[in-house]
Design a protein around this ligand. Structure first.
Ligand SMILES: [Fe+2]
Ligand SMILES: [Fe+2]
Length: 387
């Protein structure tokens, strides 16, 4: 197919698949949620700006909040800030970049065959060992590319919440997250370009979530979308890949990133817990619940690995067939469980999993994680064990 036609076909398929998302937003009668998602959904799913443009300007309409009283009145946030200062690392000197990496190695696979969604499919089983090595490398490059794009989003979102959050202790911690995220962009980009030598475009669903939280004027939605949802999910995914890979440099890199990410998720919980319990009207709370659900839905779709499918399997099967295969594969369901096991308990902890949205989470198979542990402690070992 010609690129233009393929783009158009991809746009239409994206729109068809986002049907349930828009339907839910309409059914919940929450027009503000629908309105806040429509622009990002149009730009991400239809225009596919993340993959069609070299750079995308986003207009930001939020208020920075200056604090002239400088009250240090949030001891838990202050403790997190101290932990962040004591845990800084240097991406160029603290990781073993001289490690020689063979991303297609069969002896020390970068990702186990079992994680490839097609592992039981005859078409995959027919591949030679060399071709399987190439597939593992591509799939890992696809996953890490999405993390890189998410890290760029986190860098900008952290800068936004640092200026927008009203409390000084939260601003001080935010300043450390900005530095952390800059480091994460650095390490994922370096690993992808110098070790895997492959970089994939941003997934359309991930683009929508990033666009939505960046352009929304409400500061708490930035925390909700980034620290609670995207970073909660990334923390689970990093832990999963760290345990699964046999490539030592990647293991070391993920270990270092996980300790930072756990602080960021904790930051989101601290910022929103009290605010949502005290400062929101029932209508405003309902809006946040619906918004979080739409984001969970988009993030769940992100892991269908369509960019990997288009490159390697589009000649072999249709996209609905691929989706069905991925959703049914045992390893992908384990992967999803690992990722959502932190988001759902944290949504509950900040008060956004009330009776009115539980049925919707149950319908997309995400409610089962609600009783898992919500947030890790702050010691590095705990974070690693927990991730
Ligand atoms: Fe990060
Ligand atoms: Fe982060």
């Amino acid at each position: 197919m010609k690129p233009l036609l393929r783009n158009f076909a991809g746009s239409m398929q994206n729109l068809a698949e986002s049907g349930p998302l828009l339907r839910d937003a309409v059914q919940s009668r929450n027009l503000r949620v629908l309105a806040s998602m429509l622009g990002p959904a149009f730009r991400g799913l239809f225009q596919q700006r993340g993959r069609n443009e070299e750079s995308t300007p986003m207009r930001l309409g939020y208020s920075a909040q200056f604090d002239w009283r400088y009250r240090r009145d949030q001891p838990e946030m202050a403790r997190l800030y101290e932990a962040a200062k004591a845990s800084q690392w240097n991406a160029s000197t603290d990781l073993a970049w001289s490690t020689s990496v063979d991303p297609e190695s069969a002896d020390r696979p970068i990702i186990p065959d079992a994680i490839v969604p097609l592992v039981d499919h005859p078409a995959y089983q027919r591949l030679t060992p060399v071709e399987k090595g190439r597939q593992r490398r591509a799939l890992m490059a696809w996953m890490l590319s999405q993390f890189l794009h998410g890290e760029q989003g986190a860098l900008f979102a952290a800068a936004q919440v640092t200026s927008a959050v009203p409390w000084l202790d939260a601003k001080l911690f935010g300043s450390t997250q900005v530095v952390d995220e800059g480091r994460h962009v650095e390490v994922f980009h370096r690993y992808l370009t110098t070790k895997l030598e492959k970089l994939y475009d941003i997934n359309d669903n991930l683009y929508v979530v990033i666009d939505a939280l960046m352009t929304d004027a409400r500061w708490d939605l930035k925390f909700l979308g980034m620290q609670i949802m995207i970073e909660g999910l990334a923390l689970g995914a990093f832990g999963f890949l760290r345990a699964a890979t046999q490539e030592p440099l990647l293991k070391q890199l993920l270990t270092a990133v996980i300790t930072d990410e756990a602080r960021h998720v904790h930051y989101g919980v601290l910022a929103l817990q009290k605010f949502y319990a005290t400062a929101l009207s029932p209508r405003e709370r309902a809006e946040r619940e619906d918004w979080a659900f739409e984001v969970a839905y988009l993030l769940r779709n992100r892991f269908l690995a369509h960019e990997f499918y288009e490159e390697h399997w589009a000649h072999e099967m249709t996209r609905p067939q691929w989706d069905q295969l991925v959703l049914a594969s045992g390893m992908m369901s384990l992967f999803r469980r690992t990722m959502f096991r932190r988001i759902i308990p944290n949504l509950k902890r900040i008060g956004l999993l009330s009776g009115r949205v539980r049925a919707r989470y149950a319908r997309i198979g995400l409610l089962e994680y609600e009783h898992l542990r919500a947030a890790p402690d702050l010691t590095a070992q705990d974070l690693l064990d927990d991730a």
